[in-house]
Design a protein around this ligand. Structure first.
Ligand code: ATP
Length: 248
């Protein structure tokens, strides 16, 4: 049985009177890419903000590799790598400087950090670009650096919040392929928020979030069977009644 990297139970959250998440329960296993599919306003970013502890939920529980994020925050957050929707790299620093800064925040010494930086950048074909200022990189290359940064401290769970938004098709494909390779090679657990159905691979797991509720969850093949749908686009349409997102 695969290890559960993220377990969310009965999680609810509201912005004032506006309910954003309503009794959400889900699990993300190691060695699996779990796609969190939901239309605008479904609650994807709110869920990520709670997992990363940007906000605190009054109701519900979040565990990372068995550590409760409220009571065992340090151990839990050490297991987590995050790529936010908006870039958080410093454009005036080089690729290496950005990554070293992040490694230092995680208490990784300079020598070990440089070895990890090399390993992750080489995996993404970005090592040759390490001396360049981030502002000189295109959107796809910035995203690669952010993924490398999120992996420096060897997390067990990688959260990706719509990481391909605004990228051209080849850059999107490269990121989708790279993340799927990481899942297989590193036994990483990935939770990938998107509204683009063509980012889902056949052996991914799927969670459909709509209006703050989980409408379906499980291996894609099981969700297709349970919903009597032919593909993820149909599932999305059936469960959210909105037209599915299409690649641009
Ligand atoms: N800061 C806020 N204050 C009030 N309401 C908010 C706030 N942030 C989000 N919401 C509301 O909470 C609900 C969930 O929003 P959220 O941003 O989590 O959805 P999302 O699935 O990430 O959407 P998108 O794909 O557009 O980013 C929406 O109804 C949204 O309008």
């Amino acid at each position: 049985m695969s290890e559960i990297a993220l377990k969310v139970s009965d999680l609810s959250f509201a912005y004032g009177a506006k309910k954003a998440l309503d009794g959400v329960g889900l699990a993300v296993a190691s060695g699996e890419c779990t796609i969190l599919l939901g239309p605008n306003g479904a609650g994807k970013s709110t869920l990520f903000s709670l997992i990363t502890r940007l906000y605190d939920a009054r109701q519900g529980r979040i565990e990372l590799c068995g550590f409760d994020i409220k009571r065992q925050s340090l151990q839990a957050l050490a297991k987590l790598g995050v790529v936010f929707q908006q870039t958080t790299l410093d454009p005036d620093l080089s690729v290496s400087q950005n990554l070293r800064y992040h490694a230092a925040l995680h208490g990784i010494g300079r020598k070990a950090a440089d070895a990890r930086i090399r390993e992750e950048l080489e995996r993404l074909q970005m090592y040759e670009r390490r001396g360049e200022k981030v502002r000189q990189l295109n959107g796809g290359h910035k995203r690669r650096v952010e993924i490398a940064r999120a992996l420096l401290h060897k997390p067990k769970l990688l959260l990706l919040d719509e990481p391909t938004v605004g990228l051209d098709m080849p850059s999107r494909r490269a990121i989708v392929d790279h993340v799927h390779q990481l899942v297989k090679q590193q036994n990483l657990a990935v939770l990938w928020a998107t509204h683009l159905i063509d980012e889902i691979a056949d052996d991914d797991s799927l969670i459909v979030l709509h209006k703050g509720r989980v409408e379906a969850g499980g291996k894609l093949s099981d969700v297709l069977r349970d919903t009597a749908c032919a593909d993820a686009g149909q599932v999305f349409q059936k469960l959210t009644q909105d037209p599915p997102g299409v690649a641009t």
